[in-house]
Design a binder for this molecule. Structure first.
Ligand SMILES: [Zn+2]
Length: 236
């Protein structure tokens, strides 16, 4: 019995190591898309920023247009007033026209000043947009590169994982039915079918084992399951 369990335990440990390798490769494959997702999020973030700035640019350009229309109205009025001024008869009237024209000129200057200021802001915003575009191009390039690298890596990792999965039946075929079933059940449920003992603790769940069970595990006399997590215990 002792020799027999000894052998079975060695086979189970072999299976456990194989399953650990498979689990690590599965984890690596699950992690990879996260990298691509982060890159895509960066690109989306820049898109959002660009949209905010270009919305602002649209608003500013509308403000410029408003002022330009106002300017045209003022210019038309000035032309009309100049025509009328040429036909005035009294000096008093002439001064009144001059004063009105001068007021409108003042308005024109104010509008021109405002348009210049807004244009400067538009220029800055457009420079910012160009920056965002450039940054986005770089991010997109990195995203594409990351995706290509991941595709390549995934192919290798997947091939390795598939190879290990193919090896698995050969390993399990050497293990008797009962311990194999116990192993597979916990492996499916908890990811690991076995746990090492550390002192009298199960390293899988932390449960304290009886002194007798610890003794049996240390001497490899028969199969012992953790009292709490049901993993097959072994002495490392
Ligand atoms: Zn346990």
């Amino acid at each position: 019995m002792t020799t027999e369990w000894n052998e079975v335990l060695d086979k189970l440990l072999e299976l456990m190591r194989l399953d650990l390798k498979i689990a690590r490769l599965d984890q690596a494959m699950a992690r990879a898309p996260a990298e691509v997702k982060n890159r895509a999020a960066a690109v989306a973030g820049l898109d959002e920023k660009s949209k905010q700035v270009s919305d602002r640019v649209k608003l500013l350009k509308a403000q410029i247009l408003l002022r330009e229309n106002e300017r045209k109205t003022h210019l038309a009025k000035i032309d009309k007033l100049k025509d009328q001024a040429s036909e005035v008869r009294s000096n008093k009237e002439f001064v009144a026209f001059r004063s009105e024209i001068s007021n409108l000129q003042g308005e024109l200057d104010r509008l021109d000043g405002e348009v210049l200021k807004i244009m400067a802001v538009v220029e800055q915003a457009e420079a910012k947009l160009a920056e965002f575009d450039e940054e986005k191009g770089r991010e997109q390039e990195l995203a594409d590169k990351a995706q290509a690298e991941i595709d390549e890596k995934q192919a290798d990792v997947r091939a390795e994982r598939d190879g290990l999965l193919k090896d698995r039946p050969e390993v399990t075929s050497k293990i008797p039915k009962e311990p194999l079933e116990l192993y597979e059940r916990v492996h499916q449920a908890r990811g690991r079918g076995m746990a090492a003992l550390e002192g009298n603790y199960c390293t899988g769940c932390g449960e304290v084992q009886t002194r007798n069970d610890v003794y049996v595990v240390q001497n490899r006399t028969r199969l012992v399951l953790c009292r709490s997590c049901n993993r097959i215990l072994f002495q490392p």
